[in-house]
Design a protein around this ligand. Structure first.
Ligand SMILES: *Cc1c(COP(=O)(O)O)cnc(C)c1O
Length: 359
């Protein structure tokens, strides 16, 4: 793929308009002035890679993505350090996952270097949209790809569009959640698309999220699709718990769990917190017994958007309600979160070489 060509917006936001939005950003509501777009054609490969003014697209109503769900996405952030510089966190991991998601959905491979290059260029051209690090504000970056060929036959489409859009994210609020063990839904099945970051997984999760909310819970606790016996994830995040004897335990990647970059990063930071990282099959019984007996002392959900969300309880049908520890966010959960966020904002040593400067 050749270079992304920049066509600057003829009507970018004014500094005043930007300042007003950045003073009160609403996640996913306001967007930066530009978007990345590249098209993929069966015979020519990636064509016309460009950065242009943010705006609506035209797509044929028969575009395959509308009908059969060939759509994948990624999520990462740009962080402003105290000295004003702007950094990315492990974008090459997102690029690699994007390739794996594309392969699962029979979509074309976007070279990993092109993915990272496109993210860097969009962030550079719209760097003034990256908020101050104060209150953990950041710029959320959303690369995605959708089948655009107008054809209603069921087969991999012959045309695709790759794009990146970005939206400023405001201050973080520490909101502990209780998880609902849904008896009615699963997120992913063996051999399904659970491991791919595709829109369809999210569409299928919404009914369960509504059920959790009706039960007064913040997120769903997902179990495996075959036996509904083992823990997989929670909501749209990975799940972990901490034991009294110092283990950081998370479900092992089994093909239906999304391999989170935050998950991987926390496992790698664990030893610095005197925690032994453990990836294992975890049954619901083991989890609930561990919480009831006090063997499990903290629990957390992790993902790029909220980084780490403390889990303070579990609810299940039949009036089952387990409180983790004393029902408040755990100390080590906080410490892990702070450590990761400090690396992202340049306040802690980046021993793994995870961050890269854009401007
Ligand atoms: C994106 C995502 C995660 C978290 O992945 P990160 O790379 O840490 O952001 C976890 N579960 C699901 C279902 C996801 O889509």
């Amino acid at each position: 793929m050749t270079e992304f060509v920049l066509h600057r917006s003829a009507a970018p936001s004014t500094p005043e308009q930007r300042a007003e939005i950045l003073a009160n950003p609403v996640f996913g509501h306001y967007f930066v002035d530009h978007q990345v777009i590249a098209d993929h054609d069966e015979s020519e490969g990636w064509v016309n890679p460009r950065i242009e003014a943010m705006g609506t697209w035209q797509m044929h109503p028969a575009s395959a993505g509308f009908h059969y769900g060939q759509e994948i996405f990624e999520g990462l952030k740009a962080y402003r350090h105290d000295d004003g510089s702007v950094w990315l966190f492990r974008p090459e991991a997102n690029a690699a996952r994007f390739v794996r998601s594309a392969e699962r959905l029979c979509m074309p491979r976007l070279p990993e270097e092109a993915f990272v290059d496109a993210v860097r260029k969009l962030v550079a051209v719209d760097s003034e949209w990256v908020p101050d690090g104060e209150g953990e504000q950041s710029l959320y970056i959303r690369p995605f790809m959708i089948a655009s060929e107008p054809y209603l036959g069921v087969r991999p489409a012959s045309g695709y569009t790759f794009s990146i859009i970005a939206s400023p994210v405001g201050a973080y609020y520490d909101e502990p959640v209780t998880l609902w063990l849904t008896p009615n839904y699963t997120r992913a099945a063996p051999g399904g698309t659970g491991e791919a970051k595709c829109g369809g997984n999210y569409a299928a999760s919404l009914a369960a999220a509504a059920e959790a909310e009706a039960e007064g819970c913040g997120q769903v606790l997902w179990t495996d699709g075959a036996e509904r016996k083992y823990i997989e994830e929670c909501g749209t995040m990975n799940f972990m718990y901490i034991t009294a004897d110092g283990e950081l335990v998370t479900p092992e990647l089994n093909g239906s769990i999304l391999p989170g970059i935050t998950r991987d990063s926390l496992l790698k930071l664990a030893p610095q917190h005197d925690l032994k990282p453990v990836e294992a099959q975890i049954s619901v019984d083991e989890l609930f017994d561990g919480v009831a007996s006090g063997r499990i002392v903290e629990a957390l959900a992790c993902g790029t958007a909220a980084v780490v969300t403390p889990i303070v309880g579990f609810k299940a049908p039949g009036g089952i309600h387990h409180v983790v520890g004393d029902g408040t966010p755990g100390e080590r959960t906080r410490a892990l979160r702070t450590h990761l966020v400090d690396i992202q904002y340049g306040r802690a040593e980046d021993a793994f070489g995870w961050t890269q400067r854009v401007v």
